[in-house]
Design a protein around this ligand. Structure first.
Ligand code: AP5
Ligand code: MG
Length: 240
């Protein structure tokens, strides 16, 4: 971690997050990349509804069978299915001290349901971070993305290649591409973002709970900005 980062990692981990963090942004913006590292820093789970849904599809559960064709088309899975998944996940013991959402909420009804759940569970109002990236960059990133089948580490053949092609640097796992990263599906995912998720930017702005970061700069630079936001929002130790 850079010397410019003022958050004391040990303090951050011991404190968790009283205010959940939400990463908003189009496909390929870097939500997963950033959410994973911040979750490690704060010692809280990284909750990606996309990852949860892909697990459900891989397990062949009832939910997975319903979600599979929808995800293959690049559309959003219905709110009631997603909310059931999130409620169940938040009831797990490891979510007791906070969590970071990646790709959730994605619609206004999901955001409203989340507020009710958080209030019930005694958490503060969430802070949303919008990661902004232009469309050409998004298309290039999604075309170049490879994920580890073991630990989920994310690479990019153009920007962040693994040391050995097809193999994860961290755990030696096999790297694969996501089926919904095909260009025709990516187009639909971008449309779904514009139509159904982008209105959340205004939703959180109106509540005074929105931060916006430039996601086109290198990963480490985005990280530094996020650490500054956490410090500003949460005081000396970056504790929200
Ligand atoms: P989901 O898995 O959430 O996908 P997404 O929102 O389309 O976002 P991505 O995971 O593609 O991108 P990302 O922002 O995480 O970028 P990443 O960090 O990987 O959702 C998939 C599907 O599930 C949806 O289409 C929908 O069907 C369903 N779904 C999920 N949640 C739902 C919900 N709440 N409601 C309804 N349906 C839901 O980075 C991308 C690439 O860029 C990587 O290769 C990375 O290495 C690289 N990169 C990242 N940052 C940088 C940087 N700063 N500089 C250079 N390269 C970078
Ligand atoms: Mg992701």
């Amino acid at each position: 971690m850079s010397g410019a980062v003022a958050i004391d990692a040990i303090t951050a981990v011991s404190m968790g997050l009283q205010r959940p963090l939400i990463f908003l942004g189009p496909p390929g913006a870097g939500k997963g990349t950033q959410a994973k590292q911040l979750a490690r820093l704060y010692g809280v789970p990284h909750l990606s509804t996309g990852d949860m849904l892909r697990d459900a599809v891989a397990n062949g559960s009832g939910l997975g069978r319903q979600a599979k064709p929808i995800m293959e088309r690049g559309e959003l899975v219905p709110d009631d299915l997603v909310m059931a998944l999130v409620e169940e996940r938040l009831a797990q013991p490891d979510a007791a001290h906070g969590f970071i959402f990646d790709g959730f909420p994605r619609t206004i009804p999901q955001a409203e349901s989340l507020e009710r759940i958080l209030a019930r569970r005694g958490f503060g109002k969430p802070l949303a971070v919008e990661i902004r990236v232009d469309q050409d960059t998004l298309l290039r990133r999604l075309a170049g993305r490879w994920n580890c089948t073991v630990g989920g580490e994310t690479y990019n053949v153009y920007e962040r290649p693994p040391k050995v092609p097809g193999i994860c640097d961290v755990d030696g796992g096999k790297l694969v591409q996501r089926p919904d990263d095909r260009p025709e599906v990516v187009r639909e995912r971008l449309n779904a973002y514009d139509r159904q998720t982008a209105p959340l930017v205004e939703y959180y702005k109106r509540r005074g709970a929105l931060e916006t970061v430039d996601g086109t700069v290198p990963v480490e630079e985005v990280q530094r900005t996020l650490h500054q936001i956490m410090e500003r929002a949460g005081g000396r130790n970056g504790h929200l």
